[in-house]
Design a binder for this molecule. Structure first.
Ligand SMILES: [Mn+2]
Length: 240
């Protein structure tokens, strides 16, 4: 399915994480800080789990967890393209931080291909009082209802793919208008100094892999928690 719809979480909390880019140890620390409970809570990802950072090869393990739900980012798409058509597309992935994939053994690479190829392009979450959407970059034409119908029919256009995975206008210009058909949409893709809300679109990529921060946002109380990724000298104080 190109869109995955999640029922309301009546037991625990739902958190959304910005672009991880292989920074899974930071993510583990954040989950400890918020006392994430895998039996009741859910973690949603805006995509770009892989490339550039230290632990991209762990994406498959994370995606196998029943409480973890991610959309496909442009980096997952580049990785998939590189695996499916190395002659045409591997070079671009290598240039964009994809060396880890070329270094995997065949069995690991097949497992990775399977995990990434199942990622939907959008998540839709039912919450008390509304509906929340998650995509990697942006929603075509600010129209969630039309997007969801196209994804359900497995029929997005080339332009839809482009906007979903690559668009930066809204994040760079700080406008773009309200997305109709959802109460709140969460995206990543374009690093921001901190989580920022433009219209009803929350931007959660805070540049963890560029020495910025990794950010979590709670859909139940709108608490935002972030952790700097660059303080190597503090690593020995890691929570256990
Ligand atoms: Mn991206």
């Amino acid at each position: 399915m190109m869109i995955k719809k999640l029922p309301r979480n009546t037991q625990g909390r739902d958190w959304v994480v910005g672009d991880i880019h292989g920074c899974f140890s930071q993510l583990s620390r954040l989950l400890k800080i918020i006392a994430f409970d895998p039996a009741r809570d859910r973690l949603l990802s805006v995509g770009d789990l892989v490339d550039r950072g230290p632990d991209s090869h762990m994406a498959g393990e994370w995606l196998a967890q029943p409480w973890f739900h991610a959309v496909r980012g442009n980096h997952e798409q580049m990785a998939l393209d590189a695996m499916r058509n190395p002659q045409a597309d591997q070079e671009r992935h290598l240039r964009n931080g994809g060396r880890w994939l070329a270094d995997l053994g065949p069995a690991e690479r097949d497992a990775c291909l399977a995990a990434l190829s199942h990622l939907p392009l959008a998540l839709e979450i039912d919450v008390e009082g509304g509906k929340i959407g998650v995509v990697h970059a942006d929603c075509p034409d600010n129209d969630w209802t039309t997007l969801a119908a196209k994804l359900e029919a497995d029929n997005p256009s080339e332009r839809d793919y482009d906007v979903l995975l690559w668009a930066r206008d809204r994040a760079l210009n700080g406008g773009g208008g309200t997305v109709a058909g959802v109460d709140l949409m969460l995206v990543g893709h374009t690093p921001q100094p901190h989580a920022v809300l433009y219209d009803n679109v929350m931007h959660l990529d805070t540049g963890a892999v560029y020495g910025g921060r990794l950010t979590l946002f709670c859909l139940h109380d709108f608490v935002e928690v972030s952790l700097p990724a660059s303080f190597e000298c503090l690593a020995r104080f890691q929570l256990h």
